[in-house]
Design a protein around this ligand. Structure first.
Ligand SMILES: NC(=O)c1ccc[n+]([C@@H]2O[C@H](COP(=O)([O-])OP(=O)(O)OC[C@H]3O[C@@H](n4cnc5c(N)ncnc54)[C@H](O)[C@@H]3O)[C@@H](O)[C@H]2O)c1
Length: 371
């Protein structure tokens, strides 16, 4: 069973002290319901630097982190290729998991993580947690209130020149488990599933503009690396409800577009904020408001790490967390089906399903002390 004190702030360990750990730690160390105890990385100096910057009591190896009885939840912030392997170690260590996205490289390894956690009585929750932000929660409440009628279809366009321009070690973003599908797909697909329900099938095409890219920043700037995955994906998605969506996810466009999702309903259209952000207004277009009515986000503003906070409170309360493994697995299933459709050129059914997580109350506040 999971170690831990069972009352008071929940002990957090972090594995992976890379780029994104900075954002997490800014928030996790500020939430009074969490107590960040330990940070580990195979590059020990990275873990030590982060521990020093954020006043974390311990830094060290993964084995030492897992032996720490004060750690109840481990945030796996490593790169996608090792997510499942690190998760296996965390489960063997008896801790609950928060995983960065994607949950795993494919359905088979994702399912294995879920099943072994379940057998051990441990929880797995998974990024993204952006859909818990005031922006997407407000959009969700507007859709749930009936403002656009029944959702019928959706459109999303994510286009950039690619993260090789700014990430100091971007190779993993162009390897299996990366590309715009597995890197950005989790944000957009999670928001789609939350608003239109589970997906039934996908038909997709994919292209790759360049087989080799160049690291654009950091100590290895100028180094070439191979691109192993499609860097431009077009998908036609059919939902169990019969609704449909068109998705463009691209690292091959010098025109940058990282907008929200347009959801077309029987009475109106809503444009949500960018699902890779925690805030931003929604705009509603109806027969009465053809130029759009801008609705500001309502609720508390918070950032990356609020999914871990929700997991911690949910463990203590004995309720389902907002970003459960079943949701991440369904999104992984959609991405895997999309990759299969690109390779095979036909429609691929998505066999898993999930119940969207309930809308959060307006007063949900990760910065409050509740434990
Ligand atoms: N960089 C971003 O803006 C961003 C944003 C959102 C989510 N993410 C996700 O966060 C994860 C990490 O991304 P990143 O950009 O921080 O990557 P990164 O390469 O900067 O950091 C990953 C860290 O994990 C460590 N690591 C790798 N294998 C390990 C192992 N077996 N045991 C212990 N440590 C290990 C590495 O040494 C490195 O410090 C990815 O899943 C990515 O999709 C990144």
């Amino acid at each position: 069973m999971a170690a831990g004190r069972g009352a008071g702030p929940v002990g957090i360990g972090i594995i992976g002290a890379g780029v994104i750990s900075q954002r997490y730690l800014e928030n996790l160390t500020a939430f009074p319901d969490l107590d960040v105890r330990f940070i580990a990385d195979i590059e020990l100096s990275r873990a030590q630097d982060r521990a020093h910057s954020f006043g974390i009591p311990r830094a060290g190896t993964v084995a030492d982190l897992l032996a720490d009885d004060q750690v109840e939840i481990v945030a796996n912030l490593t790169s996608p290729a090792v997510h499942a392997d690190v998760d296996r170690q965390i489960i063997a260590g008896g801790k609950h998991i928060w995983s960065e996205k994607p949950l795993a490289l494919d359905r088979a390894s994702g399912r294995e993580v879920l099943e072994s956690a379940q057998a051990a009585g441990l929880r797995v929750a998974c990024a993204p947690d952006t859909f818990l932000g005031a922006g997407l929660q407000t959009a969700r409440r507007l859709i749930a209130s009936g403002r656009i009628g029944d959702p019928q279809s959706a459109l999303l366009l994510f286009q950039t020149p690619g993260p090789d321009l700014w990430h100091p070690s971007p190779e993993f973003l162009f390897a299996r488990g990366g590309g715009p599908l597995f890197d950005m797909g989790p944000y957009y697909l999670t928001a789609l599933v939350q608003n239109l329900g589970p997906v039934a099938s996908v038909m997709a095409t994919g292209t790759r503009a360049r087989p080799v890219r160049v690291i654009g920043s950091g100590p290895n700037e100028g180094t070439e690396f191979a691109v192993d995955v499609p860097t431009n994906v077009h998908a036609l998605i059919t939902f169990e409800s019969g609704a449909s969506a068109v998705a463009v996810l691209s690292f091959d466009s010098y025109l940058r577009r990282a907008g929200g999702i347009d959801v077309m309903g029987t009475l109106g259209t809503i444009q949500t904020p960018n699902p890779n952000t925690f805030t931003g207004p929604s705009t509603i277009f109806t027969a009465d408001t053809p130029d759009g009515e801008v609705v500001p986000p309502s609720g508390f503003e918070y950032g990356r790490g609020c999914g871990i906070l929700d997991l911690a409170r949910s463990i203590r309360a004995g309720v389902r967390e907002q970003a459960p493994a079943e949701l991440a697995f369904h999104v992984l299933d959609i991405m895997d089906a999309t990759a299969e459709s690109i390779a095979a050129g036909n429609v691929v059914r998505v066999l898993s399903t999930v119940e969207p997580s309930p809308v959060l109350p307006d007063a949900w506040n990760p910065a409050a002390r509740t434990l």
